[in-house]
Design a protein around this ligand. Structure first.
Ligand SMILES: Cc1cc2nc3c(=O)[nH]c(=O)nc-3n(C[C@H](O)[C@H](O)[C@H](O)COP(=O)(O)OP(=O)(O)OC[C@H]3O[C@@H](n4cnc5c(N)ncnc54)[C@H](O)[C@@H]3O)c2cc1C
Length: 641
């Protein structure tokens, strides 16, 4: 742990400190180089270090938020460009909107897509690594085609048009690889939370949440867990009791009344107050929902915990139909469960297939398999002779109608790129960007709508990919997946093994692999929105150097006993920092309207205004790819009518 941190991290730290002394506009101008995506060797997927919301991607938007952007130094340059449609945001929603628009308006329709990041795809980013002779892919955000509810006909239609045959997934997935090597999910108890560092077998067959209840608990594993877990004896007793006890904690209430009660208490309170378990059990389960909600069980309702199959509800005999106010993530659906496909770079493959449809020269090949190894040519993304152009490193700073919204025939969009501000005109605009940004760039929207947009929130997350030279330590310790409720990252997983289109995943422990680590930046004990706000600031203010220290420390403590040496075994680290991560989904503990019914804020937020329509997952308050596509489709339909 004391060994030297690489030069890359040192530079990253210095850039942040030096930047703090400059004025916002100087900072923006100093950080950017015009037209970077056309420079030789430009290839963001291969970059390591701080990715996601990388340095340089958010300064303009934050300057708009702080009211420091439009200073007298800013001059507008008319690019002279005229489009049919300008889309703000190059994530799945923005790219799908371009696709739907061209289907409706014809392939000659001229479309410009602007995105503030140096790569396209929004949350669906691709991370590449070379370790010796091995080529490894990782997902920097959007992990897979999966959704708690079945994909709509529209969303499924896009997946099929892209040539992705979801039912064929089993051909590519090496599902039994880890179990065939004797690896099993484990739990890492850390000394700060539980008094001792200990890697203990996870008795749940699912590794994460216990969706199969007591029947799914392996008695042999349970015995090992109870023997080894550094928790109080009473907690061990309560752990078993939660599964076996069939007590009705709310006697005399109907199923609906019980659900109404459960919707208003957190799972943490339910465990402590209704089930009366020892505090160690609450600590053990605290981070279980991090992957879904970005908060712990203190901010997830007991009703949602029941829907997710967390233990302690058997005796309540609840009607299996979901109750009012339940989060859609927590409503089990068999059809949806089956619709799953994971590319080695996650849904970055979807974005790359969409880009190939929009600008065929940019991504060579012609199948949904060959896209996995296809190398994107970034210089082709923004060419004057192409009907569709994708302009990266470009933050939209103003979107307005030319004239009155009701009668205008055009919109004008201004964007900052390379320290300059340009304008272009179009018949319509679709804002497929994060909703919290929209009030700052589209001031003419009605106040009520701006308020609803501003309330949309985002869930801050880290998706960290660590490329390692081998995974023999994991093999020696018999694990491929670790739940770590008290650690910096709450989940540590060896890559999901998928070989497709000539890409080969790691099969032998001696081969390089990508370890995926997930952190939800939250502050237990506060309302979810407050936790997200605090977590977002934490992620922006933590340097890569600090994160790297925490990663090395966590891996050393988790698998060091198996011989893992961070300084020797880590080949590269890419931290995909998403302070603006998942779309905020409504939570019955804090959003009373979700229980009461009526118009939701996202319905107000996404209303089309004149020639400006609004897409993105945020428009459905639902953090899934199918929603990004559904909302793109609606936005395109709205501007056409
Ligand atoms: C870490 C993580 C993991 C996820 N995993 C999954 C998963 O496994 N499955 C799933 O279905 N969903 C997952 N999601 C949800 C994911 O958000 C959606 O699936 C989908 O990728 C979102 O697409 P989008 O286009 O709506 O938004 P985004 O991908 O967020 O794209 C919006 C883009 O607009 C850009 N933008 C914002 N403001 C401006 C501006 N002023 N000018 C220019 N550009 C701007 C943003 O920077 C961004 O690039 C995950 C999300 C995160 C963060």
């Amino acid at each position: 742990m004391h060994r030297k941190i690489t030069r890359r991290d040192f530079l990253n730290g210095v850039a942040v400190t030096a930047g703090a002394m400059l004025m916002p506009w100087d900072l923006i101008a100093a950080n950017e180089v015009s037209d970077r995506q056309n420079s030789p060797g430009y290839y963001p997927p291969a970059l390591t270090g701080m990715r996601g919301s990388h340095p340089g991607s958010f300064d303009v938007a934050h300057s708009l938020r702080d009211g420091t952007f439009w200073d007298p130094g800013v001059k507008l340059i008319d690019s002279g460009e005229i489009y049919d449609l300008i889309i703000v945001g190059g994530g799945i929603s923005g790219l799908a909107a371009a696709h739907f628009y061209r289907k409706a308006a014809g392939e000659k329709a001229r479309v410009l897509i602007l995105d503030n990041h140096d790569d396209f795809g929004g949350h669906a980013q691709r991370n590449e690594f070379r370790v010796g002779n091995a080529f490894r892919l990782g997902f920097g955000g959007t992990f897979s085609i999966q959704s708690p509810a079945p994909y709509s006909a529209v969303a499924k239609g896009v997946i099929e048009e892209l040539g992705i045959d979801v039912p064929s997934y089993s051909k590519f997935a090496n599902r039994d690889l880890y179990s065939s090597l004797g690896l099993h999910p484990k739990i890492f108890f850390d000394k700060e939370t539980f008094g001792a560092d200990k890697l203990v077998i996870n008795p749940s067959p699912r590794g994460g949440y216990d969706t199969e209840g007591v029947a799914g608990l392996d008695p042999g594993l349970l015995k090992r867990f109870l023997a080894d877990a550094p928790i109080a004896e009473q907690a061990k007793h309560d752990f078993e009791r939660l599964y076996h006890e069939k007590r009705d904690y709310f006697p005399g209430l109907t199923s609906d009344e019980k659900k109404a009660k459960l919707a208003r208490v957190s799972y943490a309170s339910y465990l402590a107050d209704a089930a009366g378990v020892h505090g160690d059990i609450v600590k053990l389960y605290q981070a279980l929902p991090h992957g879904l909600f970005g908060v712990g069980i203190d901010a997830v309702s007991a009703q949602d915990a029941w829907g997710l199959g967390f233990p302690g509800f058997d005796g309540l005999k609840l009607d299996p139909a979901p109750g009012k106010g339940m989060n859609r993530d927590a409503i089990p659906n068999e059809e949806a469960d089956k619709y799953f496909f994971h590319f080695p770079d996650g849904n970055a493959s979807i974005t790359r297939l969409l880009v190939r449809k929009l600008i065929p020269d940019a991504i060579p090949g012609n199948s949904s398999s060959d896209v996995v190894l296809a190398k994107a040519n970034y210089a082709k993304l923004d060419q004057a002779n192409s009907p569709v152009r994708i302009r990266l490193n470009s933050t939209a700073v103003r979107v307005k109608h030319v004239g009155d919204a009701a009668s205008a025939r055009e919109v004008e969009v201004a964007w900052a790129q390379g320290g300059k501000v340009y304008t272009a005109k179009a018949k319509s605009a679709i804002l497929a960007c994060w909703h919290v940004v929209i009030p700052y760039i589209c001031e003419e929207l009605p106040d009520k709508q701006k308020q609803a947009l501003a309330e949309s929130q985002k869930v801050p997350l880290l998706y960290t990919n660590v490329a390692v030279r081998n995974w023999t330590a994991f093999q020696k310790l018999g694990t491929n997946s670790v739940y770590a409720p008290g650690s910096y990252h709450s989940y540590v997983n060896l890559d999901l093994p998928v070989s497709i289109g000539g890409y080969e995943c790691a099969r032998k422990p001696e081969e390089p692999i990508v370890i995926h680590m997930m952190k939800a930046a939250c502050r237990p004990g506060r309302p979810a929105r407050d936790q997200h706000g605090i977590g977002r600031i934490e992620l922006y203010n933590t340097t890569f150097e600090t994160m790297e220290r925490k990663i090395r420390d966590q891996l050393a403590r988790t698998v060091g006993a198996g011989g893992f040496d961070p300084a020797r075994d880590i080949a590269a680290i890419t931290v995909n920092r998403w302070p603006h991560g998942y779309s905020y989904e409504y939570n019955s503990l804090f959003d009373s309207f979700w229980l009461e019914g009526g118009e939701t804020p996202c319905e107000v937020a996404r209303k089309t205004y004149g020639r400006i329509a609004i897409a993105n997952c945020d428009a459905g308050a639902y953090a899934y790819t199918d929603e990004a596509i559904n909302q793109a489709w609606r936005a395109v339909r709205d501007i056409k009518s």
